[in-house]
Design a protein around this ligand. Structure first.
Ligand SMILES: [Zn+2]
Length: 427
């Protein structure tokens, strides 16, 4: 009588379980799946017999490497329009900050996103998500923040929830109403903060549209004190918090995130050692976003050595967004994290598996290959795990498993095109 439902053999495992071999590697490994969970993980030599004798179904990995399904813990992939014109202006000399102050930047995406019907936003976002999914991403975080008014913020969150109802990917959604000051509140910042506190956060919480609340703590965004008021409301409604912190200047964002026990503090280019120490003490994950660092041609890199030295968990995200990080590939973000920020390939891979899951509060459920965790896996045609951070472009993904269901990259992308289940079609 076979013991396992499904067994994958002829693979090497990058379990990403810390403390042992680099990458938590098990060469010539085997992994058993039962339904949507991992049942057993170990060396093939420890199986009680031939694979066909111990499992009903045996999949052979062709000597590739199996990793946890990738987690992209920071995206803004629901939006309408693009910012190609702005890209051209920047290359003619304008800075991101100048463009933002002149009414461009986030606000131009806001106008397009407010106008777009919900089904248009869904169609656009689905095409972007398909690119990530075809590269082994099985969990993605999506932020609102291009509505800056209650109706559009909720529309964006509903689109994120609808995407999460599709088979090949799980979505965590984050309310980022404090992304930019909307034009109609110009000169009246307090009324907008109050709108977020009194209307948007309560509505997102009551309708279960958001898992967390985020804010952009920056000179062109919101002050630490304003972000704190947003966080207080999030806390009152039982929502986790995260923060865009210290990206363009040190505005005390890391310390604020730590003070509120944020799940993550993201960007951190200008964070001081004090801020890093505060993150370490709070157990807040540092989410680094090399795509924005690269695309904005920033020169001050986040303090990777300090984060490492103080033991702050480091995650990575694509930051997929139209203005500062039009990155449709999480694998390219791995390469950027190594080349531009000095992370090791192992740290980069941990950043999009174990630590990415931690940044979303999902550590117990996914992010490593361990018995009991979700059967979200990626099988790669590579000779060693560091290759995932090495190539720029190209896609070595052979199969991606979501909740135990294997798909080729094109099948995974196509699975996003299935009709949306009824309960998700709220419009
Ligand atoms: Zn962001």
């Amino acid at each position: 009588m076979p013991r396992f439902e499904t067994l994958i053999v002829d693979v090497h495992l990058a379990t990403m379980v810390p403390g042992g071999e680099p990458y938590g590697a098990i060469r010539d490994g085997a992994i058993a799946l039962s339904g949507e969970r991992l049942e057993w993980v170990g060396s093939a030599s420890r199986l009680d017999g031939d694979p066909e004798d111990v499992a009903k179904r045996v999949l052979r990995g062709g000597g590739g490497w199996l990793t946890p399904g990738l987690v992209d813990c920071h995206t803004h992939l629901v939006f309408a329009g693009d910012r190609v014109d702005e890209f051209e202006r920047r290359l003619h000399g304008a800075s991101y900050e100048e463009i933002a102050r002149a009414g461009g930047g986030i606000r131009s995406t806001v106008i397009r996103t407010r106008e777009a019907p919900e089904e248009t936003l869904l169609r656009l976002a689905r095409a972007r998500l398909a690119r990530l999914v075809a590269e082994g991403v099985t969990t993605v975080e999506i932020k609102s923040g291009y509505g800056l008014e209650t109706a559009t913020e909720m529309k964006m969150l509903r689109v994120a929830r609808a995407l999460g109802a599709l088979p090949p990917v799980d979505v965590q959604s984050t309310l980022l109403a404090a992304h930019a000051l909307p034009p109609e509140h110009e000169g009246n910042r307090d009324t907008y903060i109050e709108l977020i506190r009194a209307e948007m956060i309560p509505r997102a919480a009551q309708q279960s549209l958001a898992d967390a609340v985020d804010a952009f703590c920056e000179r062109i965004g919101f002050s630490a004190e304003e972000c704190a008021r947003v966080f207080e409301a999030a806390r009152a409604h039982g929502l986790a918090v995260r923060l865009h912190a210290d990206q363009l200047s040190d505005g005390g964002g890391a310390r604020l995130a730590a003070r509120f026990g944020a799940r993550s503090a993201d960007h951190l280019e200008h964070t001081s050692e004090d801020g890093v120490r505060a993150l370490a003490e709070a157990g807040t994950v540092a989410v680094l976003l090399p795509g924005a660092f690269y695309f904005l041609r920033e020169t001050k890199a986040p303090p990777v050595a300090l984060l490492r030295g103080h033991g702050v968990p480091i995650a990575l995200g694509s930051d997929l967004n139209p203005g500062s990080s039009p990155v449709l590939s999480l694998l390219v973000a791995l390469n950027m994290a190594c080349v531009l920020l000095g992370m090791t390939p192992e740290e980069a891979l941990a950043g999009v598996t174990r630590e990415g899951a931690r940044a979303l509060g999902l550590s117990g459920d996914r992010g490593t290959l361990e018995a009991g965790k979700r059967a979200d896996l990626a099988l790669w045609n590579i000779g060693q795990p560091a290759e995932l951070a090495y190539w720029i472009g190209g896609n070595p993904l052979r199969l991606v498993f979501k909740d135990g269901v294997p798909r080729t990259p094109p099948e995974a992308a196509r699975a996003l095109e299935r009709p949306i289940p009824d309960e998700a079609t709220a419009w």
